[in-house]
Design a protein around this ligand. Structure first.
Ligand code: CA
Length: 274
């Protein structure tokens, strides 16, 4: 059965006062969520997204992987609505969401926002997600080159995020992976500062923990102007293991999650919002 050997690191960076990124590095689910919003709301948004996805995946190990990621996105939106109603200072909070989920045979990738997932195979780096950003639409229509987009003053304008206002339409895809493949998930605190060649170099470290650490260190060496989160997930074929994982960034504080009780297994085996 396929699973991930996952490792990751999340760092506040050298400029920001708090870490609004969250991550989860597990054998069947790995994700990054990059929160935005004042009054500690960015942390609430990203930690809630990470909690909802990880709790759902553990409650329903046999669920359809694409369906589960879609439901995690919907439930996060509902939870962010609840969280905003509880505290109006959180109005406008949101988060990116880029998640890998496997049931042992299929691997799904769900994506909203400008965090990224890359495949590193045979020394070659391929971006699997498409940024939901203003500059990406300009690249798609041929107005900007990728290099111009990298340095564009509006490069951080996100067209879609998980928030309380609008239900997100995640990009969902099944990945054709094989043992030996390596996946990398990251927030834009890495990719804004570190060029692809250097990312590929960091991913040459055999140990996923060392690779993730090297990439976060590279972002810090380049100025660390944003929170930076990086997860490295190696695809392996082994018997099933007990699902557990590491919580990264803001997700390390359970008090940030809007309502953990909102994620629960329904009597029929499904999971619903309360
Ligand atoms: Ca960021």
């Amino acid at each position: 059965m396929l699973r991930f050997v996952s490792a990751g690191r999340s760092d506040v960076g050298l400029v920001r006062g708090n870490n609004e990124d969250s991550g989860f590095a597990g054998p069947y689910l790995s994700l990054v969520a990059d929160g935005v919003g004042g009054a500690a709301a960015g942390e609430v948004a990203s930690a809630t997204a990470a909690y909802v996805a990880s709790a759902l995946s553990m409650a329903e190990p046999g669920a359809d992987v694409l369906d589960l990621l879609a439901r995690a996105v919907r439930l996060t939106h509902e939870q962010l609505r609840v969280g905003t109603a509880q505290d109006p200072r959180r109005t406008g909070m949101g988060t990116t969401f880029t998640a890998l989920l496997t049931d042992g045979s299929r691997v799904a990738l769900g994506h909203v926002g400008d965090s990224r997932c890359y495949l590193f195979r045979d020394g070659e780096l391929t971006q699997l997600t498409r940024d939901h950003t203003f500059v990406q639409t300009l690249v798609d229509s041929g107005v900007l080159t990728l290099e111009e987009a990298r340095h564009h003053p509006r490069r951080n304008v996100v067209m879609q995020a998980l928030d309380a206002e609008t239900p997100a339409r995640p990009d969902l895809q099944l990945l054709d992976l094989r043992p030996g493949d390596r996946l990398m998930l990251c927030s834009d605190g890495l990719t804004d500062l570190v060029e692809d060649e250097q990312v590929a170099l960091g991913l040459e470290h055999a140990d996923p923990e060392e690779a993730a650490g090297a990439l976060v260190d590279a972002a810090l060496a380049a100025g660390g102007s944003d929170n930076v989160t990086c997860l490295v997930c190696d695809v392996v074929d082994t018997p099933r293991v007990v699902p557990d994982g590491r919580q990264l960034g803001a997700f390390g504080d359970p008090w940030l999650v809007v309502d953990p009780a909102a994620v629960h297994a329904a009597p029929a085996g499904g999971v619903t919002a309360s």
